[in-house]
Design a protein around this ligand. Structure first.
Ligand code: ADP
Length: 396
């Protein structure tokens, strides 16, 4: 069974084609960048032959990028589109819908109902899924919602302290995101430690990031909320902030609500705190190393937020067996890991600084006498989505 997994960004498309019956082998991968710009980029790799290409392209919308992907796949990876059993998507958010779903009009409408809380994710996904449906009318389209991993959080973790009737009427609550990655990190750790009864703090730290308290395999709390605009600060998105700053900016500082929303979504986080130097932690760390105090504060604030949540989740779970880092930053930034865990000996966490500095995916970077293990994991969200899509398809 071949399953195509597609990741849709507002200006990008990434894909992997898996043969689920051949050890979940990746048959092909590729993507498109700068969709909507005058000049786009297309790249593709046939993993069976090792052939790859990278070329300029014209992709005014995702539709042309999807067509190019299908052409590449038909050129040496598969002979017929019927060889693709389904297309799976790591969809983000929908009102009243979670889990793994066939992407029917009803589900797309439920996603549209939450466009305002997931503005960077839902609109491009909905548009791209409609284009997939037009180009592959006979192929099932399946969405695995990022919120699903958190569906069993206890009420005290997901309820917001606003009037109950508003919460109920408008489905306002903490939902949490990054479910595919957090599931991969926690199941990898349970397998590695050979136990299911674990208290884990899983840290998915990419351009967008969140932490999750995973107790006995279940998310019991997470840093993201109804939207992706809270928790630890992110590349250019705000993290936790007093909501009354918004009213102050609108009522006293001359900004309108749309400007504030754009500022919180695109000009905040590492980008905002660094004074607009970059939204990429590598650039900010380089500037900090050269003495830029704003950039140093941004890195420190980022790590401090992670540390605070590790402490909070250790308290919530009544202990911690392992802390797990994944995502572009969690996997690659020894500095963020060291700063986040500095001083946590009080919780039994002791980092081996040498191991941390030279770590690769799959490494345990805790000191031999640390009571808490610390792992770095190469997360794999696509395989989680592919497995769930397969389970739905074969459940019929
Ligand atoms: P996304 O959340 O966009 O899917 P990733 O999980 O790939 O992204 O993470 C991207 C982020 O990882 C970038 O913002 C970049 O700052 C960070 N990153 C990648 N490599 C390094 C590195 N060596 N050191 C620090 N940060 C890194």
């Amino acid at each position: 069974m071949n399953i195509l997994i597609c990741n849709v960004g507002s200006t990008s498309l990434k894909y992997q084609l898996f043969d689920m019956d051949a050890g979940e082998q990746v048959l092909a991968s590729g993507g498109a960048e700068r969709v909507g710009a005058a000049k786009s980029l297309s790249y593709h790799k046939n993993h069976l032959t090792g052939e790859s290409l990278r070329e300029d392209a014209v992709f005014p919308t995702h539709r042309e990028a999807i067509s190019a992907m299908l052409e590449h796949l038909l050129n040496g990876c598969i002979r017929d589109l019927r060889e693709i059993s389904c297309v799976g998507f790591k969809v983000v958010h929908a009102k009243g819908v979670t889990g793994v779903q066939y992407l029917t009009e009803d589900v797309l409408q439920a996603m549209a109902d939450f466009n305002s809380v997931a503005p960077a994710h839902n609109p491009p996904y909905i548009a791209a899924i409609r284009q997939f449906a037009a180009l592959m009318p006979n192929t099932p389209l399946i969405g695995s919602f990022e919120t699903a991993f958190h569906a069993n959080m206890p009420a005290e973790a997901y309820l917001y302290p606003i009037p109950l009737e508003l919460s109920k009427q408008h489905a306002i609550r903490r939902y949490g995101f990054h479910g595919a990655s957090l599931e991969y990190l926690s199941t990898w750790t349970a397998k590695t430690m050979g136990r299911e009864d674990l208290k884990l703090v899983c840290c998915h730290l990419g351009g967008s990031g969140s932490l999750c308290a995973v107790k006995n395999g279940i998310s019991i709390d997470t840093t993201m909320g109804m939207s992706l605009q809270c928790g630890v600060l992110q590349n250019n998105r705000i993290g936790d902030m007093d909501p009354y700053v918004i009213f102050y900016l609108v009522e006293e500082c001359g900004m309108d609500l749309a400007e504030v929303k754009t500022m919180l979504q695109t000009k905040s986080g590492l980008y905002g705190m660094s004074g607009g130097i970059s939204n990429d932690l590598r650039d900010i760390q380089e500037a900090a190393d050269q003495g830029n105090e704003d950039c140093l504060n941004a890195v420190k604030a980022y790590a401090y937020g992670i540390k605070k949540y590790i402490g909070a989740y250790t308290a919530a779970m009544g202990g911690v067996d392992a802390i797990v880092f994944g995502g572009g930053i969690g996997r690659n930034s020894a500095d963020v890991r060291a700063k986040s865990l500095e001083g946590l000996e009080c919780l039994g966490v002791k980092l081996d600084l040498q191991k941390n500095a030279h770590a690769k995916g799959g490494d345990d970077i805790s000191a031999a006498d640390s009571a808490v293990r610390v792992y770095i994991v190469d997360t794999n969200e696509e395989i989680i989505v592919a497995r769930k899509a397969r389970a739905l398809l074969t459940a019929q």
